[in-house]
Design a protein around this ligand. Structure first.
Ligand code: XMP
Length: 327
């Protein structure tokens, strides 16, 4: 039997009861697979790896070693939440690595999107690999692979969720407890495991993070502006309820400035571009209609609160022709 194929008989996990049954089943399977050996997990803080971490902590406790690599391209507060939830809340065996300087150093002056992605993906593997080498007696590697990762490889952009492991690091095997689940099922399982809703219900976030939204060559000041503007957008979408209905929304900041005026003086700044889309499968996407009152509020806050941004623009482009991300 191909274990990468979801059997027709497998029920869709839609309720807490079905999730608990799935969790019990996986807890048993994982214990059987790994015995008393150690398992390593790259915990990005995204839905999939977070759910896998919580599931494995339930199954094997401290035999799971989770590594969170902060590549400096996380959204505001995200790495802090990983530490809060897993180290403080679930008493996880968590290794936190702030690799911001390393990543931003490698990315300096690099403006070509696929090159940026490649650097981020490769550097991620390298940092992770270095940590793995320091640890003793790790037998298994856990991954937050989900069913769409297995089914899809769209060929348009390089995605980094599957594969990418160095050939010379040997594990006895992979632990991929949610690999036959769809995203909505992973969320139901995550809630049943007690993960906070803002972690489980969060919108998709690309592996390369804000790196593909800080367009062109990344600079620290523009990245900072992007992170702050993005946090404001998320806050305002929470306030008006749009965060519950819109599939994905974010800010992109291009590498260009326009002339503005602030306190009677010339004020050159970057534009913040709002993108808010709906989709079912991310292969095509439509534009969410945001009320003008919300747009005005966001514009007002971003232009007043974020240093370096002097305009706010709205991206009205569906996919196709625009991809969801700008890079
Ligand atoms: P695009 O931009 O191709 O994005 O329309 C479709 C969906 O995939 C996400 N995305 C990524 N996710 N690594 C990821 O894990 C990536 O390199 C990557 N690129 C795009 C994007 O955010 C959207 O949800």
């Amino acid at each position: 039997m191909d274990t990468n194929v979801r059997p027709d008989t497998m029920k869709r996990i839609t309720t807490p009861e079905l999730a608990l049954a799935f969790i019990d089943e996986q807890v048993k399977a994982v214990r059987e697979q790994v015995g008393d050996k150690k398992v390593l997990l790259a915990l990005s803080g995204g839905v999939d790896s977070s759910v896998v971490a919580a599931l494995l902590i339930k199954a094997i406790g401290k035999q799971l070693v989770s590594v969170h690599v902060n590549h400096g391209l996380m959204r505001k507060g995200e790495s802090e939440q990983v530490v809060e939830v897993f180290e403080k809340g679930l008493d996880a065996n968590l290794i936190y690595i702030d690799a911001t300087d390393r990543f931003l150093g490698k990315l300096e002056g690099v403006s070509e999107p696929e090159k940026k992605r490649k650097i981020i993906g490769e550097e991620f593997v390298r940092v992770f690999e270095e940590e793995a080498r320091k640890l003793e007696g790790i037998a298994f590697l856990a991954q937050g692979t989900i069913y769409p990762d297995i089914l899809e490889s769209d060929g348009v952009k390089a995605h980094h969720n599957v594969g990418g492991l160095p050939d010379d690091i040997h594990f006895e095997g992979l632990v991929e407890p949610v690999k036959l689940l769809y995203k909505d099922e992973v969320r139901v399982v995550g809630k049943a495991l007690g993960l906070p809703s803002n972690m489980v219900d969060r919108q998709p976030f690309p592996g390369p993070g804000l790196g593909v939204r800080c367009l062109g060559a990344i600079t620290r000041d523009r990245l900072h502006a992007l992170r702050e503007a993005d946090a404001i957008l998320r806050e305002e979408f929470d306030n008006c309820g749009l965060s519950k209905t819109v599939w994905q929304y974010f800010i992109a900041v291009p590498d260009m400035k326009s002339v503005g005026v602030k306190d009677g003086k010339r004020y050159e700044g970057w534009p913040a571009i709002i993108r808010a889309v709906n989709t079912t499968d991310a292969m095509s996407a439509t534009i969410e209609e945001i009320p003008y009152s919300v747009l005005h509020k966001i514009t007002d806050r971003i232009t007043h609160e974020v240093e370096g941004i002097n305009r706010v623009l709205l991206d009205l482009t569906p996919k196709p022709i625009g991809t969801i991300e700008w890079e």
